[in-house]
Design a protein around this ligand. Structure first.
Ligand code: ASP
Ligand code: MG
Length: 410
């Protein structure tokens, strides 16, 4: 007998009819002889609706306001847990729902972006021992002082993984509205296919590069506690994608597992900076003081001991970063500041890269063959990222997907 934590996202519980389908799925898992702990999100777009109401109040955020936001946002999941527990009862399955503070899912006090610190499993264990399906509200927790918190948008995934970790579940199954994790975005590349398996490390890269199947925090958690994760659709019967440690996934690693890309970045360059110690921090400290996150950084030195310093930020931060930089540039006597917000970043990801030479040169050759000019490059052990003009994004993604043999076999 195994213990599964099953998480059902908003689209899977959008209506009471959907909830009835979820109950049937849980019933099947039970019939196979397994214990089930269920984590649910708010129904459909409920959390967006609640955010909309908050917007209508139109109050500037402050710590006190964020506390109230959590009281508001956490209501969505409360509706779903009760409806699911009752639906299970109706088909003869004993069930009990729990809010974050009833479990207790203890978090820090960072309202709207709290982190889970500890979970008391006794109430859940008691429920399971009594033969019940335990239904837990995702996305919410409670502080030491009894204040309600939420974990950040998409946080139900993290609730599920954290529960699976402390309960030592055999698998954490994330039910969603897509078949699993794809080699790349199927809306852009026709041949994109659903992966059977992928390692934690690769998934972490894909999640932080903008793949929205899974909350990045959830993958981090799963990797840290080695909880096998499975992403699968609640609308069909396929096996989805298993995300696990390298020892649990098959030995035959493809060189590249996936391609991720984003249009959500912008590039800034300071030209003619003197090449002396402290320049990088002089440029970047004011940027980070404005809470702007820097992604890629490129700097090189020319023969005349001056350098161009280029980095990327989220596109939404572009204007602010540019104006900060203009000030900094005049302070340090740089020649000029320029910016470009029509760029795209594309990354190829795969643990197979470690044992294969020539992956980068192959990538660059493919881009060269398409006459795509690379503006920036960065690499890690299992990832190569490039920045180029946004208009080439589809072309690059398709060409690389084919070149690295990721297309669906025909
Ligand atoms: N309901 C929350 C949200 O929409 C949490 C989640 O769905 O994971 O962000
Ligand atoms: Mg969600």
């Amino acid at each position: 007998m195994s213990l599964y934590v099953q998480k059902y996202g908003g689209t899977s519980v959008a209506t009471t009819q959907h909830i009835a389908n979820v109950a049937r799925r849980i019933e099947r898992t039970r019939a196979e002889g397994h214990d089930v702990v269920v984590v649910v999100s708010a129904m459909g777009k409920e959390t967006d609706r609640l955010m909309g109401l908050f917007g209508e109040v139109n109050v500037p955020t402050s710590p006190d306001v964020r506390r109230e936001m959590d009281v508001l946002l956490s209501t969505g999941e409360q509706v779903t847990i009760s409806l699911l527990a009752m639906t299970l009862m109706k088909i003869g399955i004993p069930s009990q729902s729990f809010l974050g503070n009833q479990v207790q899912i203890l978090t820090d006090d960072q309202h709207t972006k709290a982190r889970i610190e500890a979970i008391d499993t006794s109430a859940i264990q008691e429920g399971l021992a009594a033969g019940k399906v335990v239904v837990v509200a995702g996305f919410q927790g409670v502080t030491q002082d009894g204040e309600i918190t939420t974990l950040g948008r998409g946080g139900s995934d993290t609730t599920a993984v954290a529960l699976a970790a402390v309960l030592k579940a055999d698998e954490c199954q994330i039910y969603t509205d897509v078949e699993g994790v794809f080699t790349t975005d199927p809306r852009v590349v026709e041949g994109a296919r659903c992966l059977k398996e992928i390692t934690f490390e690769e998934m972490l890269e894909l999640a932080s590069l903008g793949s929205r199947v899974l909350h990045a925090r959830a993958v981090e958690f799963a990797s840290k506690y080695q909880v096998p994760l499975r992403v699968l659709s609640s609308f069909d019967e396929s096996d989805g994608t298993l995300i696990a440690g390298e020892d649990k996934t098959s030995m035959e690693q493809p060189v590249i597992s996936g391609i991720a890309f984003t249009r959500d970045e912008a590039k800034l360059t300071v030209r003619g900076v003197r090449d002396v110690p402290g320049i990088a921090s002089t440029i970047l400290v004011p940027i980070s003081n404005a809470s702007i996150e820097v992604d890629m950084i490129v700097q090189n030195v020319s023969a005349d001991h001056s350098t161009d310093f280029t980095f990327t930020v989220a596109r939404g931060d572009f204007e602010e970063a540019l104006s900060i930089l203009e000030e900094v540039a005049s302070e340090i006597g740089a020649n000029e500041v320029s910016g470009d917000n029509k760029i795209a970043k594309l990354s190829i990801v795969g643990v197979g890269m470690r044992s294969h030479a020539g992956v980068a040169s192959k990538m660059f050759q493919v881009l060269a063959d398409e006459s795509i000019n690379i503006q920036m490059i960065s690499t890690s052990e299992i990832k190569i990222s490039v920045v180029f003009e946004e208009k080439y994004l589809e072309l690059a993604a398709r060409a690389l997907h084919a070149a690295f043999e990721l297309n669906e076999a025909v």
